[in-house]
Design a binder for this molecule. Sequence first.
Ligand SMILES: [Zn+2]
Length: 438
Amino acid sequence: MERILITGGTVLTMTGPDAVYEGGLVAIEDGRIAYAGPAQAAPAEVRAPGWAQRTIEATGRLVLPGLVNTHTHAAMVLLRGYADDMRLMEWLETKIWPVEANLTAEDVYWGTALACLESLLAGVTTFNDMYFFMADAARAVADTGARAVLSRGIIGSGEDFRSRLADAWDFYRAWHGKADGRVLTMLAPHAPYTVAPPELEKVAEAAAEMGVGIHIHLVETRDEVELLRQRYGKTAFEIIRDAGLTRHPVVGAHCVHPTDADMEIFAAAGGRVAHCPVSNLKLACGVAPILAWRRAGVPVGLGTDGAASANQMSLWGEIRLAALLQKNASGDPRAFTAYDAVHAATAGGARVLGLEDRIGTLEPGKRADLILVDARRPGLTPVHDPFSILAYSTNPGDVETVLVDGRVVVEDRRLTTMDAAEITAKAAEHARRLVGAA
Ligand SMILES: [Zn+2]
């Protein structure tokens, strides 16, 4: 496979706030990072003339790991802007679920392809997805060159539940570890208020057999907390613990309203939080206590949630908002720094997905998922502090080049793997049919 050198840029390995290498070097071989750091400290072989087949000139760019979106429903980009400014349950019951009842496999393929296109152009190289028709979502990930953890959303009881769990098994057998390892799977029971404890126990058994993690919505709203208390006399975290789900790595989306005891339960179980600040504010759910989660020892990543609620798949808004919200909530601007926010979107997100051995930092041996942000643009100039630029000033259009698995998938702000105009046209056509059929 191609050997690539990235030269002249400011390399941020995301292994620590001091790991900033101006005029740094990244060497890539067989889809992995062979070296990342100061040019003069690179092994002689990668600096030898003719080592690389391709050199990417990165002077004036920030070179960092690809962003990791830890919670989304990718194909929901088809419902972007379809129903805004509503309460969560009303929004789900009157708008989203009726339309989703008409979803087809091709809708999900083109919707996911659009989500991949938008994500990759914004520098988001990995996303953690929960939806339907996952084999078609996986085809879109494979075709666009993105990386994703994909899970068949499981909801309901009885025959509905059984057929969805069977679907999740089929998807796992067909796709786990496929597309050169870029597609992985988890099990995704929707939430403790939509999947009852006996069914959650069956999901836990399946997770043990597959050896995969769990992706689930947890305490997104106060209403949900109250509903679970009335129905079961328990919190969501007590329910998932008692059902055996926390014997597996659990990615909890939102985690806005935990009790202190919930935090202890989740921390002891090795749980992880996917923080979705834009979605939470848009649906007036509250602000997740991210500082407390981190103090409890729970890894925190950032997520967009579906574009039907968050309206976009780029993570730059979440990075900025995560920092601003925690500063404001704590009354201390030092509480969550620019570095903390960029870390949550890269290394933190990788840890949340259990992929810290593969992605999230620029270190030898890891898969070469990385992005170049053009810091020569007016809105990013001057670069006194690269983490400040990334956390507070960068927008999706500032991302110039994107590599996934050592392959250049975005070059000069254009997708190289598929025809972007075809993706947007097909997705718009499928969105019109879907909404018209509701
Ligand atoms: Zn969600």
